[in-house]
Design a protein around this ligand. Structure first.
Ligand code: SF4
Ligand code: SF4
Length: 401
């Protein structure tokens, strides 16, 4: 066991937890599992116990104790059940940056080979196929096959001002094709000069980073940055908040230098186009509620733009859920949890769908293909009469009806 995955500040943060327990009832996975090694207080206490056993003053007298295998396995189960939603950080009175702590714990567990087996398969798939589905990466363009008109230079156009990075879920899972289809057709109604990377788009690395497998993500990151640079783009836009955050924040931090181009989320670009009247949505009579994706809201601080876009559409009424903005409930689809424990993801999603239903809205709108996939499957399973759409899809509907 070593502590190199924690920064000095993080080791101090572990010590700064006052065990007040404020975070416990806010943790959506604890609420569903009753597992005391999921919530922050439990994870931090166990981590500190392991550190004391290995490096504490007693260990100098009687020798350091490695954690017992059973204890380590239970700890790993808790750490990998966390959706990394970051809700605990919002209520923590001492301001612990919890999400980063959970990531450091996952890296530590991976170094001890305690990650769930499913993550090894994920790493092998992404490394070999360059996407999370394992299908040939050339299939990344299939979503565009039934566009009424394909824009010229959709794949790999040199010197396009903007590269649209679609992300694995939008590009490889037909249930999410509507998002790149809608966003592309919307951009075609503007003067944005754009292209995509087609089969040269590789997974951004996010699923590996959050699995605690940073080293395996670096080759993907380098390839993506070099490909965008070679095209000469000035801006990268992503409809996926996790891709957005990875490009915007993790790429420069991990690769150690600025990217040399701007990175924005699709809702920021749409809000800017609408504010400057370069995009004028038509009317759409619709009651909607907005689900803040964890990686767009809490992780990236983007709350206003998606709401501005929706409220710019004449006829759209936005009704907020009980928990929204910083305190929004997770959809359950984060943290790679679904790969190991799909029933837990479904339970968290069911709770979120219940909050959406209580608003009386017809549509749950999000700004994330993974949130859409998770909530659409919960709506189907629970037989809830609500549609689940992405902001990009609502905008396209408002332009095309
Ligand atoms: S990040 Fe979310 S799931 Fe993880 S411990 Fe915090 S509140 Fe719970
Ligand atoms: S709210 Fe913060 S200080 Fe309190 S138990 Fe949770 S992590 Fe520790």
């Amino acid at each position: 066991m070593n502590l190199s995955t924690f920064s000095i500040t993080q080791l101090i943060e572990l010590d700064a937890c006052t065990r007040c327990g404020q975070c416990v009832s806010w943790c959506p996975t604890f609420v569903e599992t009753d597992d005391h090694l999921v919530h922050p207080l439990g994870k931090i206490a166990r981590e500190k116990q392991m550190i004391r056993g290995r490096f504490g003053w007693l260990s100098r007298l009687i020798g350091g104790r490695a954690p017992k295998n059973g204890d380590l396995a239970a700890f790993a189960k808790g750490v990998y059940r966390c959706t990394l939603c970051g809700r605990c950080a919002v209520v923590c009175p001492v301001g612990l940056r919890t999400r980063d702590l959970w990531l450091a714990m996952r890296e530590q567990l991976t170094a001890l080979n305690q990650q769930p087996e499913v993550f090894n398969r994920l790493r092998d798939t992404v490394t070999a196929a360059h996407n999370i589905s394992g299908d040939p990466n050339e299939n990344r363009g299939l979503w565009s096959d039934n566009l009424p008109t394909k824009p010229e230079g959709l794949f790999g156009k040199r010197n396009a001002e903007t590269v649209y990075f679609i992300g694995c879920v939008g590009a490889m899972f037909p249930a999410a094709y509507g998002i790149p289809q809608s966003f592309t057709q919307t951009l075609m109604r503007t003067d944005v000069d754009f292209t995509t990377l087609g089969g040269e788009e590789w997974c951004c690395g996010f699923p590996l980073l959050i699995a605690g497998m940073r080293d395996a993500a670096i080759e993907l990151m380098r390839h993506n940055v070099e490909t965008v640079r070679a095209l000469g783009a000035k801006r990268l836009v992503a409809t996926c908040p996790s891709c957005y955050h990875t490009w915007h924040t993790d790429y420069p931090a991990i690769l150690g230098k600025p990217l040399g181009f701007e990175v924005v989320h699709a809702t920021q670009l749409l809000a800017d186009l609408i504010a400057r009247k370069r995009l004028v949505p038509g009317a759409l009579e619709l009651k909607v509620t907005y689900h803040d994706p964890c990686d767009l809201g809490r992780t990236s601080g983007i709350y206003d733009e998606p709401r501005y876009v929706l409220q710019s559409i004449p006829g759209v009424e936005l009704i907020e859920m009980q928990d929204h903005r910083e305190r929004a409930l997770c959809c359950g689809g984060g943290g790679d949890v679904e790969m190991g424990e799909p029933t837990l993801t479904a339970a968290v999603a069911k709770r979120r769908i219940g909050q959406a239903q209580a608003t009386g809205a017809q549509v749950i709108v999000s700004a994330c293909q993974q949130c859409k996939r998770t909530m659409a499957s919960a709506v189907r399973k629970e037989k809830v009469r609500m549609k689940v759409l992405d902001v990009a899809e609502v905008v396209w509907q408002a332009l095309s009806t």
